[in-house]
Design a protein around this ligand. Sequence first.
Ligand code: GLN
Length: 531
Amino acid sequence: MTKYVFVTGGVVSGLGKGITASSLALLLKSRGYKVFMQKFDPYINVDPGTMSPFQHGEVFVTADGSETDLDLGHYERFIDEELNYTSNITTGKIYSSVIEKERKGDYLGATVQIVPHVTNEIKNKVYQAGITSNADIVITEIGGTIGDIESLAFIEALRQIRNEQGKENTFFVHTTLVPFIYGSDELKTKPTQHSVIELRSLGIQPDMIVTRSPIDLDDHLKGKIALYCSIPKENIIDSVDVKNIYQIPINYYNQKADEIILKQFGMKVSKANLKEWENLIQVTDNLDKEIEIALVGKYVELHDAYLSVAESLRHAGYKYNTKIKINWIDSEKLEGDVNLNKVFKNTKGIIVPGGFGERGIEGMIKAINYARENNVPFLGICLGMQLAVIEFARNVCGIASANSREFDSMCPEPIIDLMEQQKNIINMGGTLRLGNYDCKIKKGTLAYSDYRSENIKERHRHRYEFNNKYKDLLEEKGLVFSGINEASDLVEIVELPNKKHFIACQFHPEFKSRPTKCHPLFDSFIKNSIK
Ligand code: GLN
């Protein structure tokens, strides 16, 4: 039978609830248990796919093609398990399905209400995650902060789950902030106390409190929280600020956080296998080289918009003992009369990641042109691949008006065009080409030497594609189409031989990189950038 851990947050948002949930999951997995993870986002969008990256940060895509919250990226990177559509539930999803059921007549006769209809729907999502994953433990993080109007129905559903399943099958972790007040130079527990009062007023007594603070809490402070919040002192876990998020699971392990959970569940506490993770921290704490990689994008003010890309660069850096210094370059700023030699003076590699819409496109094309002409290692992802092809068509094949239909619907030379299947689509949400698709790799290419396999699967999120009408011409001029989706004849990878490193893919490799297992495309990009 599956056991359920719920992670809520109090006082402020941005405490690192996602990292807390991931760290606990990693520890439970290291004890030999099968763990699955889930996030509740109380906003009304059905998924984050329609939100601006500036609002929401990156949209993380799972293998089954769900567009999800970026916390799922942390989950997958920490527990190295593929998540799916049951892993990110929003108010929008819950209400859509309740309303659909009402229209079908499923509730015939009833007045449809938050309790029990909406809360039942939420509870079903928790139980469904347990059933479909067949996990020993499901960890569910609840987005937002306790006290938010939006999350009330979710919290009520969790209260009911505790009531149905009992304390031996459910565990509540509440993460809070313990601020340090300068002047009096002390930590303050009052916000934590108040947030637990708020949680209790919704019927939930936490089993563990994770306190985020700049320094460790002393015994006296823990005693105070224990007294006011009615939990044992040892169930207060210090989550002190760290430079390296991968340190957090070890910090929790040292405080026996996972043991406390397993004991409440009456589950065996076998020896934790954290070797790989401990090695990782050894590496990440002792990087002895540093290189600068330029990330040329259109949402660079918010680094979270490129969270998985940045993580993937770092992961590859770990493999080569190298710290990756990302130079975040706003592509729009490259558009005027700019001295690119100066901009890329210290750059060892250029990456152009994904994006949507016309703004900043010409700046990215300039950066790609610079990389190609100056033989600077280049990796293009999704939009980055589309623009690499446009740049090549314009400047090598002489097709001056080459463009994507996304930026110019009347474009005479649509090197990148709307996919056939996309032409009659009206709804924007959930209709991109999403999730895993096969890619066949051509032998003797850089892609092949990276993957060492002819058949791979990668995750996608795009609406436009390379226009095969131009394939022969571009090939003649030297572009190699090294990865193809055979079923639909879509271009997946292009590259330029005789360059130090020039490759671009239509999919998003960043979703599959792990800290202990970097992705092959990032691996070779960083390797060749260091050379
Ligand atoms: N905007 C492009 C498309 O829809 C690229 C998408 C992306 O980079 N994720 O095809």
